[in-house]
Design a protein around this ligand. Structure first.
Ligand code: IVH
Length: 672
């Protein structure tokens, strides 16, 4: 294909992908299948790799991220990002309306009511229809530049639709995590022994600050835009500006869904408030109130702002839904790693549209801090969290005969004395070997999709096998025969065979996943991958000291300690020995032609090559132990430069003193 043809094709594909992205994420009305979308994206990626001269930072292919930012630069906002003053009652809101009318005595006021999204505020700027920069709110006068991370959010347009937008403008909105995605994210964090996020708001703002934008791309973030800042006044009121922004391709609050309405009186405003105070529980995302804004820009200007907040807008905050009920008892759950979580059993009470009988209590310290006692009348609240929590005690109702709460001393499942490690909030049951939920929990983790992915088995089968005494640990799985499991209840011949076949097939699962599947505390998918690649063989990992472990990129003290402790235990050494005999993968399979000649080097490639395709060079770098990254930084070891290396890359390389080599020198380094 000639460069001219390629350029045309690339542009056409980008347009097409932008359009389908808009239909899918903004209009909720896709016209092509995910498969077709991915095919087109792949086609674009291939062309972009072959013709890097047509690179575009706003290409839809950039949504997957990849750029890493160590420290986000702090930049000043062109206009400060103010906050809103809050009201909590009809009276306070009436006062606000009166004050506003007094400031504009000759005007008939019109307001716009919208939802107050609970996430992280951002400001994005566009120039000639292209996204150029995104900043967090920061302290209001300056924020962090998180452009690469914002670009991964599918509902944020990288290039605008049509031609009717101002040539330069800023738009503000809220990045949030929808509840479903939040629940999924936390589930997988719990599975990986990572601390779950407290609420969707924290997970949204935390995600925006991640250094690796390809990880941000995997976080289920979304963004509502609610405020257009224009210098050229094309539109004279907020309501129309929001709808216009919708036409330009932004996700904005839709009046059809009731997310946005005009109102002229306190009664109309309260219709909106009362509706959403109820209906918010059915929304797929969290809101913590509504925002009321004066519609006309001219009037907004006349009202102005205080140092902290505009006078033309105000928030009405919903009360966190709270109820009082009786704490009947406390029970305790034992997790896969032996961690104990206390749970409050409550007299059933209706809260935020659901019946609540249980609430989380977090840990022993929390119970002590609240001074909880069984029989107390307690307040439960549904805040940002999905599971309600106990937030306080109504001491006026406390029975004087009540006794101080005593935290559990022995495991509720196996009776072993609980321990609490220094610096940790949770108690643990140390009986890893035979505490039933720990035994089945570990096996369930082992067979799970991201670990050994054993088909035909689920958590119920594991439970059934453990109870029948067929398996007690993960190595026992590999001794199972169809005749052992056939006699079990509800077990058909076919299922039995499937299970045995599924277990056999797991022998092919690569080392890094086997390592993750072992369920070593703090060794999640990513850590397992890092350790496997570094140590290459389980024997080396088992012998590694804590010092050696922390020398591995991104492995900290806590992980190192946990790995050493795991392999120190004779029972784990026996387990590994049995799994080895069963034929599992315990070493990294070296690809043909692999070497370590580029180990420790971070290499950037730029331009076009004669001997190799760009993708081929990338693969060669990894095959020989190097790391390929996209942009030049002080960490770059060298640049392999081809025809047409970008001048900005060359300048940056020269400024940083990074070595530039050509493809022949590169080939020599890897012995080609
Ligand atoms: S307007 C000058 N509209 O609430 C104020 N803010 O306390 C411009 N927020 O930092 C903000 N939903 O993060 C506006 N529909 C909405 C909002 C909203 C949520 C957040 C925003 C802001 C905070 C103010």
């Amino acid at each position: 294909m000639s460069p001219d043809e390629a350029q045309k094709k690339i542009e056409a594909l980008r347009k097409e992908l932008d359009h389908h992205n808009y239909l899918y994420y903004i209009k909720d009305a896709p016209e092509i299948s995910d498969f077709d979308f991915d095919q087109k994206l792949e086609q674009l990626q291939k062309l972009e790799a072959d013709f890097p001269q047509f690179d575009d930072p706003n290409s839809p292919s950039r949504r997957v991220g990849g750029d890493i930012t160590k420290d986000f630069p702090t930049l000043k906002h062109k206009y400060p990002m103010l906050s809103l003053s809050n009201t909590y009652s009809r009276e306070e809101l009436e006062d606000y309306l009166k004050r506003t009318q007094k400031a504009l005595p000759d005007q008939e006021l019109e307001f716009v009511c919208e939802l107050k999204y609970d996430g992280a505020a951002i400001s994005i700027s566009y120039k000639n229809g292209e996204l150029v920069q995104a900043l967090t709110r920061g302290d209001g006068s300056q924020g962090d530049e998180i452009t690469n991370n914002i670009k991964t959010i599918a509902s944020v347009p990288l290039r605008l639709r049509g031609t009717n937008y101002p040539s330069e403008f800023e738009i503000r909105g809220e990045v949030f995590m929808p509840l479903e995605g939040f629940a999924r994210l936390n589930q997988s964090r719990i599975e990986e022994d990572l601390e779950p996020f407290a609420n969707p708001r924290n997970s949204a703002s935390g995600s925006l600050k991640m250094q690796d934008s390809s990880l941000v791309a995997k976080r289920p973030l979304d963004c509502f835009l609610y405020f257009v800042m224009q210098e050229e006044t094309l539109i004279d009121n907020h309501y129309d500006a929001v709808l216009a922004a919708g036409e330009w391709g932004f996700k904005v609050p839709q009046p059809e869904k009731g997310y946005l309405r005009k109102a002229k009186s306190i009664d109309e405003i309260f219709e909106f408030i009362n509706h959403w105070d109820e209906a918010r529980h059915d929304l797929p995302f969290e809101i913590d109130g509504v925002v009321i804004k004066v519609n006309s820009y001219a009037m907004q200007e006349r009202l102005g702002a205080t140092a902290k907040s505009p006078r033309w807008a105000i928030a009405y905050k919903f009360k966190a839904e709270q109820q009082e009920t009786i704490l009947e008892s406390v029970s305790y759950q034992v997790g896969r790693t032996g961690a104990i979580t206390p749970v409050a059993n409550l007299k059933a009470v209706s809260l935020a549209g659901t019946t609540v009988k249980r609430a989380s209590l977090h840990n022993a310290d929390q119970i002590a801090k609240l001074d909880l006692r069984v029989g107390d009348s307690v307040y439960v609240e549904k805040g940002g969290e999905i599971i309600p929590k106990v937030v306080g005690v109504n001491f006026t109702k406390r029975d004087p005969q009540s006794v101080e709460f005593e935290y559990l001393k022995n495991c509720p499942e196996c009776g072993t004395g609980l321990i609490r490690l220094e610096g940790e909030a949770l108690h643990y049951c140390p009986n890893e070997e035979s505490c039933p939920p720990q035994v089945s929990g570990r096996i369930q983790h082992f067979i799970s999709r991201k670990a050994m992915d054993i088909e035909g088995m689920g958590s119920e089968t594991v439970e059934q096998f453990v109870q029948a005494g067929l398996i007690n640990n993960i190595a026992d799985l590999y001794d199972l025969k169809a005749e052992d499991i056939l006699p079990l209840e509800r077990m058909a011949e076919k299922s039995a065979q499937n299970i045995v076949a599924g277990i056999a097939a797991s022998r092919e699962i690569p080392f890094e996943r086997v390592l993750f599947a072992l369920g070593i505390r703090y060794v999640g998918e990513t850590v397992a991958k890092k350790l496997a690649r570094h140590f290459e063989h389980i024997d080396h990992l088992m012998k590694a000291s804590a010092e050696e472990l922390v020398s591995v990129d991104e492995i900290g003290e806590r992980i190192a300690q946990s790995v050493v402790e795991y392999f120190d235990k004779p029972e784990h050494q026996d387990l590994i020995a049995r799994l080895k005999t069963a034929g599992l993968q315990f070493e990294v399979v070296q690809q043909e032609g692999a070497s370590k000649s580029l180990e420790g080097l971070t290499i950037v490639i730029s331009g076009n090559f004669e001997r190799f395709g760009r993708k081929e060079i990338k693969e060669l770098i990894e095959l020989h132990g190097g790391k390929n990254t996209g942009s030049v930084s002080s960490k770059t070891s060298m640049i392999v430069a081809g025809e047409g290396m970008g001048p900005s890359k060359r300048k940056k390389a020269e400024d940083l003193g990074v070595k530039i080599i050509d493809e022949n020198e590169f080939a020599e380094m890897i012995g080609l």
